[in-house]
Write a protein that binds this ligand. Structure first.
Ligand code: GLP
Length: 240
């Protein structure tokens, strides 16, 4: 059963999770972080700036959950760019130790296996930060994803593309495909920390945390993990 922590606002959520991550890095300087994108984890990354000041982060490693297929790596909304801008640069991490799924490789078919191998070679992810889509996706594992799935190319749903249109000039510019860690990959992280804010996430949070285990709500896979912390504001907790 996931531990659910209800916090007053995003800043409080960011502080709580950043405290735990900073402590992990102090005790384990080569910690492996599972990094999420989207708007949800931003308060965590912001709160980490203060908490990691003066901490040796030179050996911190990181793996992003997912990446768009079909836009260049240097596109400002590629997750490689977002992770660089929001995490690597402000926290002073070593960019060579932070990876995003290799969605720009010529051999896209083998890209998932290579990413899985890189995660394994790092010894696995210590703490995986997660947001949740309004359709219940985690990473970009859209409804219908197998709980055993590994890193692979997925097609984004119309709802996800509409949700993410705010990051682009129009919905037509939102990529149609992605390379995402699978649910099986995510479940291998040592600790899952899922954050969600606002009424729009309430249904997805309730279904993920308390609903039946179903591929229709990929987030429900977290119920299979022995160490999950769900950090939500009152609005996102309102259907629990
Ligand atoms: C995005 C990401 C997910 C994220 C989710 C929610 O598209 N691929 O990792 O958790 O959708 O996004 P947001 O946090 O912006 O609501």
């Amino acid at each position: 059963m996931a531990e659910v922590v209800i916090v007053p606002d995003r800043a409080a959520a960011g502080a709580l999770v950043a405290d735990a991550i900073a402590e992990l890095i102090r005790t384990r300087p080569d910690a492996v972080l599972g990094l999420a994108t989207g708007s949800t984890p931003l308060p965590v990354y912001e709160a980490l700036r203060d908490r990691l000041a003066g901490v040796d982060v030179s050996r911190v490693r990181g793996f992003a959950l997912d990446e768009y297929v079909g836009i260049d790596a240097d596109h400002p909304e590629s997750y490689a760019s977002v992770i660089t801008r929001e995490v690597v640069e402000p926290l002073g991490l070593d960019p060579s130790l932070i990876q995003t799924p290799p969605a720009h490789d010529e051999d896209l078919a083998g890209a998932g296996d290579r990413y899985e191998a890189a995660i394994r070679a790092a010894g696995g992810i210590d703490v995986q930060i997660l947001g949740i889509g309004t359709d219940g996706h985690i990473g970009f594992n859209e409804p219908g994803s197998s709980f055993a799935s590994r890193t692979r190319v997925k097609t984004l749903t119309a709802q996800t593309r509409a949700d993410n249109a705010r990051f682009f000039d129009s919905v037509d510019e939102v990529p149609r495909h992605c390379l995402t860690q699978g649910l099986g990959t995510i479940l291998e992280a040592g600790h899952l920390v899922l954050l969600a804010f606002g009424e729009g996430k309430a249904e997805a949070v309730a279904e993920a945390v308390e609903g039946p285990l179903t591929a229709s709500i990929p987030g429900s896979a977290i119920q299979l993990h022995p160490h999950v912390t769900v950090v939500v504001d009152e609005a996102a907790a309102s259907r629990l």
